[in-house]
Design a protein around this ligand. Sequence first.
Ligand code: NAD
Length: 284
Amino acid sequence: MGEFRTVGVVGAGTMGNGIAHVFALNGYEVTLVDVESEYLQNAVKTIEKNLGRQVKKEIITPDAQRQTMDRIVTSTEMASLAGTDFIVEAATENQKVKFDIFRQLDEITSSEVILTTNTSSISVTEIAAETSRPERVAGMHFMNPVPVMKLVEVVSGLATNDETLQAIHQLAESLGKQPVQVQDYPGFISNRVLMPMINEAIYALMEDVAEKEAIDEIMQLGMGHPMGPIQLADFIGLDVCLSIMEVLHEGFGDDKYRPCPLLRKMVASGRLGRKTGLGFYEYE
Ligand code: NAD
């Protein structure tokens, strides 16, 4: 462990519960905040279940599972983050929501505290500008599922200072993650490279170049991708894919990022992928 002991995680959804999981497993005292206690209860259940999986696979001991759970407290009050050493925000991907949260965090926490966001597509520089400490605001972009994926894309806003970045890198390493440094441009690196590939695969499907299974098989067997792009789009959520393509399209003003009409049609029809039971594929 580095210089931090207590960590606040804002948002207890898919990413927030995974982030709380890895911090607590690695010895940090975590306060997990969400707007409804029901979401927090669900998050705690998910963390316990995922830790249980790690016990089964003998990655961690039953003792570590218990100690990890003991290091997590939950709250519906942002004010409960007042004394924490470090913050990761993983709330809903909505600019207004994030701006509000960062204004609150800026008031609640000591001015020395580093505030990070797990955003996939909102400008870290703009989020930082909502606070009085933009030099201590950065992106800490974890990948889903957080306990499994090694990468943390560390995003430097225009004002972020080196001390802050260094502290985030050390912190990520203390979680057993590999931090990789990028600048704040639309989609950073991960989504700027991934999403156009997914979008192109959907274009190829729309143009009937090949069946969806064939497109996925080609990328899996030929390029060594663990999941084909169509399957991956369903896994991520087609609405999320569309909104990130729109961010790239608008952010760069370049038509090479135009979202595929078939992707738009799928989202309009409510076929959002695995989470709705139906996307390009059908799920149980
Ligand atoms: P999610 O919808 O599963 O969870 C978001 C949570 O934030 C919800 O529980 C919601 O109640 C809570 N929330 C909303 N407003 C809040 C507020 N004011 N205070 C506290 N909590 C609040 O979303 P997610 O998939 O976990 O995504 C969270 C963030 O992580 C987003 O910025 C997203 O872009 C990013 N991200 C997601 C993935 C992914 O694969 N899901 C991957 C990388 C990054």
